[in-house]
Design a protein around this ligand. Structure first.
Ligand code: ATP
Ligand code: MG
Length: 311
């Protein structure tokens, strides 16, 4: 069963200006629920919904694979420590590994910088029948690169391109690229994991306080955190400019991991289920051939039995 309401609840309506400070990363609309039942019970309920969604997702993925018409591109964008990895682990846990893939995008290599900025993402798009997750994406080229404009100098762009209009042009390139994808059967689902600065402080501190988590702490985490306000502005601009009818953004409250995992799984499952896919229909001719194959295999057992008796 799909919680269809979540699909509409967190979507950014195309044309709507996004103000992140007005959106509660702790899922304010469920405050009543939290006050009434306490976090423990609400968390249990969310886990139940997540489990059910993962079962439904496995079924939906099977249909996606069998009908071989649509692919799904899931884009995850967030500040450090917002829980992208945990979401990928949870969502993938119930999937057929043959039909899904994950790509992490880090700083571009020299080879990647020798191409147009969308190239490395195009190369890794999911095929029909598959779910492909982008852990960071081409949106980094209007986020981290906008926050650190000096990165543009590494991109080998021709003169005149790096002017004032570059971000507007990139939003437009992205919108057209996503239109191209959806016109070709690749559904684009974009999630921004909305976490507060204070929650990030707690999570980074937890990594430093636990030796088993030290490997998760990156030397760039604190320097990037210092640009928090610039990142929020870059996210607001990008979410506003690129939430379209064909590829809308979902802003997921992510201060509670149980909430963000449940919501992403729910929206992904709901989107695939809403495609109304069916298993491929079998023609009368094919039915006949399947029946003939069945009889042939059954007769083999009889032949084998006869062979054993005469031997
Ligand atoms: P974690 O949440 O575990 O820290 P991560 O996705 O942040 O994972 P890192 O290896 O820490 O992975 O960082 C990857 C870095 O690469 C990020 O800081 C990101 O901003 C940067 N990056 C990604 N794409 C680009 C790009 N196109 N140009 C410049 N930097 C990029
Ligand atoms: Mg990082």
């Amino acid at each position: 069963m799909i919680q269809k309401s979540f699909l509409n609840k967190f979507v950014v309506k195309p044309g709507k200006e996004v103000h992140l400070r007005d959106l509660d990363p702790g899922w304010a609309s469920h405050k009543d629920l939290l006050d009434k039942f306490g976090e423990e019970r609400v968390m249990k309920l969310a886990k139940k919904i997540l489990k059910r969604n993962l079962e439904n997702l496995a079924e939906a993925q099977n249909l996606l694979w069998a009908s071989d018409t649509y692919g799904v591109l899931v884009i995850l964008q967030a500040m450090d420590a917002a829980g992208k990895d945990g979401i990928i682990r949870h969502v993938m846990s119930g999937l057929n590994p043959q039909a899904c893939q994950v790509h992490n995008f880090k700083k571009p290599t020299n080879d990647e910088l020798d191409h147009n900025f969308l190239w490395r993402y195009m190369k890794n798009l999911p095929q029909r029948g598959r779910i492909g997750i982008f852990n960071r994406s081409y949106y980094e080229d209007v986020l981290v690169v906008k926050v650190h404009p000096e990165y543009l100098d590494t991109q080998k762009l021709p003169p005149g391109i790096k002017g004032e209009n570059i971000w507007r042009h990139r939003y437009s390139d992205i919108n057209h690229f996503e239109k191209h994808l959806t016109r070709n059967g690749i559904i684009v689902l974009k999630f921004y994991l909305h976490m507060s600065k204070e929650e990030q402080r707690k999570r980074l501190l937890a990594r430093l306080n636990n030796p088993a988590k030290h490997w998760k702490f990156s030397d760039s985490d604190l320097p990037e955190r210092a640009y928090w306000d610039d990142y929020m502005k870059a996210y607001e601009d990008a979410l506003t400019a690129t939430s379209t009818e064909w590829a809308p953004w979902y802003i997921i409250p992510s201060n509670h991991k149980w909430a963000s995992r449940t919501l992403v799984a729910d929206i992904l499952t709901g989107t695939i289920c809403n495609l109304g896919l069916e298993f491929p229909k079998i023609t009368a001719d094919r039915k006949k051939r399947l029946e003939a194959a069945r009889i042939q295999l059954e007769n083999e057992v009889e032949d084998l039995a006869e062979g054993t008796m005469t031997a």
